[in-house]
Design a protein around this ligand. Structure first.
Ligand code: AHM
Ligand code: MG
Length: 326
């Protein structure tokens, strides 16, 4: 009987989104539909990830799928799935993606949302059967509807996000998102094909004892980061680094901890991208009571200057991020 979890009626993602729709400042239902589109594409990607080992789609691929398309590496396949879902959905004017150099104008000029997405983050982990994730940010378009999408539509600071989330393809698949009213997590139940509310109003512990950083680059970390890492060791904190941002972040949200990708010799501005990796997780962190900085100031206040801009990233439990930042 302990395999039965008592769930409140109506606790699947679709119903949850519907019930909370009236909270949205512009409650026309389009943002709700957009979030559902992302969740749906996530199910399709999840299915492909689960089959990846057997289907041999981890490497470069060569074969064709049923639609006669050349089959792609999973990160490209995921990009196609999300882009297609958002184009068809019609709520999104343009996408920026880790997988595309330029803005993808979806030719929905009257649509009022912009999405920034990393369709499959941590893709070097696919081949070794380790957790990977999708990260997304949603903004309201600022240029007049009807005209072409402008750079100012996509280069908005993270504090202007209307919603953000991630999908973790882990031992369970989870959809976690915020519309600025707290963070809720849904676990995918494959036999039902539904995301079920499993983590209501997620809160990051104020402090923690896990630090996640690629210590192999210790010698080229800024001195303040070296000092912080040494402090973690003096306190005998646990070192946990999957090398898959969503998975490392999610663990720290649940258990309390800090994730750091500082500047290094190889990556002078850090490795992670402000627009489709850091901003979304920064909003979720803050909404859950945590914090996110670039080592100095709030991530969410950075005015972006280019699409694929990188920033050092410190995120997680508030007390830890404050201590590690200067
Ligand atoms: P990617 O966007 O090319 O997949 O790289 C992002 C990933 C993150 O998921 C992870 O935290 C980081 O790169 C790991 O980098 P490193 O191997 O340098 O520690
Ligand atoms: Mg990435």
């Amino acid at each position: 009987e302990n395999s039965r979890i008592a769930l409140p009626v109506g606790s699947n993602l679709d119903r949850f989104i519907m019930r909370n729709q009236e909270d949205f400042p512009y409650a026309s239902g389009e943002l709700s539909q957009l979030i559902r589109d992302l969740a749906y594409a996530g199910k399709v990607v999840n299915r492909e990830i689960n089959r990846a080992g057997l289907a041999g789609i981890t490497g470069a691929y060569g074969a064709e799928n049923v639609q006669g398309e050349e089959q792609q590496n999973l990160d490209v396949a995921a990009d196609i799935r999300f882009t297609r879902a958002l184009k068809k959905g019609g709520e999104v004017a343009a996408i920026i993606s880790e997988e595309a150099e330029e803005i993808i104008d979806l030719q929905n000029p009257r649509s009022k949302y912009i999405v920034a997405i990393d369709p499959l983050d941590g893709s070097s982990n696919i081949d070794v059967n380790v957790s990977i994730g999708t990260i997304f940010s949603i903004y309201r378009r600022v240029s007049p509807l009807g005209g072409p999408v402008q750079m100012e539509d996509v280069l908005q600071p993270g504090k202007d996000q209307v919603a953000a989330g991630y999908i973790l393809y882990g031992s369970s698949t989870m959809f976690v998102y915020t519309t600025g009213k707290g963070v809720n997590g849904f676990t995918y139940e494959p036999s039902l094909g539904e995301y079920i509310l499993s983590h209501q109003n997620m809160r990051i512990p104020e402090n923690g004892s896990i630090y996640s950083i690629n210590e192999g680059s210790f010698n080229s970390f800024p001195e303040a980061v070296q000092d912080y890492v040494n402090t973690c060791k003096e306190r005998e904190y646990s070192a946990r680094y999957i090398g898959s941002l969503v998975a490392d972040f999610h663990r720290n949200v649940l258990k309390g901890g800090i994730y750091i990708y500082p500047s290094t010799a190889k990556a002078p501005n850090g490795k992670l991208r402000l627009l489709y990796e850091c901003n979304a997780l920064a909003l979720i962190a803050e909404e859950a009571g945590g914090a996110a900085t670039d080592g100095k100031g709030r991530i969410l206040e950075i005015e972006p200057s280019e699409l694929h801009q990188r920033v050092p990233f410190f995120v997680g439990s508030k007390a830890m991020v404050e201590e590690a930042s200067n």
